[in-house]
Write a protein that binds this ligand. Structure first.
Ligand code: S3P
Length: 443
């Protein structure tokens, strides 16, 4: 078991690049497998989660090559996968498993999905229920957890599904199944979740529309059997990974960093909106579009923060960033209140408990109710002792967040079992130490 200790640091600085976006990387591989012909993918995130998706697609018969500085995938067209008895190891990845189950639901394929301890505890009913409606068959449809065996249908039924949660994984799973059906697939979600699936499908030529309904929910409609084009995909850097050096710089005195080429899709930037409301110095420059996604360079420097209330309507746009926002909240003057965050309980670990337990252990008070968290900030000039050990619980974002906190405590914070960081940000250690963070590996 590998661990990392994080030691008091100052003056973080540098112009850096973080790896490709995890969500878009999964989609580039999965949707790339459905185009008729070869495409080139640049800046694919080569992390454990994404590699698990690539391996699963290869097992399903797709040809995927890693070249020096790009990947190529030979798409087999929509609805052309077949075979049974596949065993797909999805590792730690909820996105990979839920999206690939959608792909299998719309294919003449039978496959068993399994994963690590953390993934095996995550809820799957949320996609089983809609995928059953498309005609997919599950060995045990009452089972909420992996391992799960699913048999898809070559021509799935086009469905209309009203999702009780705003979840890009649920939405994308249904849309991927709907690609091979002969009618319109409709997903309604209570708030708009990240729309990378829609953007990529649109970029490749699919007809897909999004409208807001009078009750303020969102309706996404996809026409089945689109003629996809085999276009190359360039993946922007991941705003969820950029969050770590950026928050580290905001809380560490005399720091300034710039992270280039980051995806700033409106549905991913809730963390940055919240930090700016808290008083953080953050600027965006060099805004541009790459294959349907907006990117920019983000600069941030040390800032004195105030506590704020983060409304429920912002949850979807910063769902993965609450752990690192909680670290910023420690240095804020006053309380930071996070509303409507129950979904955090169903991530790689129960992130609400992990955040509160970790912060309590270093002397920060929190209030944790079913779907609301309050972090009582210690103020910009607080002195925190540190000298604590945090267990990652197989959750990469919990591990990286507490390592960022260790940069401002008097004594080190050690995070145990840090290999999980490879799920999303394999170069975290090097990138952070490259800007002056004092992280040490412990074997
Ligand atoms: C993801 C969607 C999010 C996010 C996850 C990646 C995706 O989950 O937490 O890390 O790529 O679709 P939900 O929107 O399903 O909650």
């Amino acid at each position: 078991m590998n661990s990392i200790s994080s030691n008091k640091s100052s003056k973080l600085s540098g112009d850096i690049v973080v790896p490709g976006d995890k969500s878009i990387s999964h989609r580039a591989l999965i949707i790339g497998s459905l185009v008729p012909g070869k495409i080139k993918i640049t800046n694919l995130l080569e992390s454990d989660d994404v590699i698990a998706t690539a391996n699963a697609l290869e097992l399903l018969g797709l040809k995927i090559n890693k070249k020096n500085d790009f990947w190529e995938i030979f798409g087999s067209g929509i609805g052309n996968l077949s075979g049974s008895n596949y065993r797909l190891d999805m590792g730690n990845s909820g996105t990979g498993s839920r999206l690939l189950m959608g792909l299998v639901a719309g294919s003449d394929v039978e496959a068993t999905f399994f994963g690590d301890d953390s993934l095996s505890k995550r809820p799957m009913k949320r996609i089983i229920i809609p995928l059953l409606k498309t005609g997919a068959i599950f060995d045990d449809p009452n089972n909420d957890n992996l391992p799960l065996k699913i048999r898809g249908s070559k021509i799935p039924l086009p469905i209309e599904y009203i999702s009780p949660v705003a979840s890009a994984q649920i939405k994308s799973s249904i849309l991927l199944a709907g690609l091979s059906s002969t009618g319109n697939t409709i997903v309604v979600e209570p708030a708009l979740s990240r729309d990378h699936t829609e953007n990529m499908l649109k970029y490749l030529g699919a007809k897909i529309s999004t409208i807001q309904l009078p009750d303020s929910s969102w309706k996404i409609t996809l026409e089945g059997l689109p003629c996809l084009k085999a276009l190359d995909i360039e993946i922007p850097s991941d705003p969820s990974s950029a969050a770590f050096p950026i928050v580290a710089s905001i809380i560490t005195p005399n720091s300034h960093v710039k992270v280039s080429n980051v995806c700033i899709n409106d549905l991913r930037v809730g963390l940055y909106t919240s930090l700016i409301e808290m008083g953080a110095n953050i600027t965006f420059s060099n805004k541009r579009k790459i294959n349907g996604e907006t990117v920019a360079d983000i600069s941030a420097s040390y800032s004195k923060l105030n506590g704020i209330t983060i409304p429920k309507k912002r949850v979807a746009s910063m769902i993965d960033e609450y752990p690192i926002l909680s670290i910023a909240a420690v240095k804020a003057k006053g309380s930071t209140i996070m509303e409507g965050v129950e979904e955090l309980r169903y991530k790689e670990t129960d992130r609400i408990s992990a955040i509160c337990d970790g912060l309590n252990s270093i002397g920060v008070e929190t209030v944790d109710t079913k779907d609301k968290v309050v972090i009582k900030g210690k103020g910009p000039d607080c002195i925190l002792n540190g000298n604590k050990t945090i267990i990652s619980k197989n959750d990469h974002r919990i591990a990286m967040s507490f390592l960022c906190l260790g940069l401002i405590t008097e004594n080190p914070i050690t995070v145990l079992d840090t290999d999980t960081i490879n799920s999303s940000f394999p170069s975290f250690f090097e990138v952070m130490n490259g800007i002056g963070a004092k992280l040490n590996r412990i074997k």
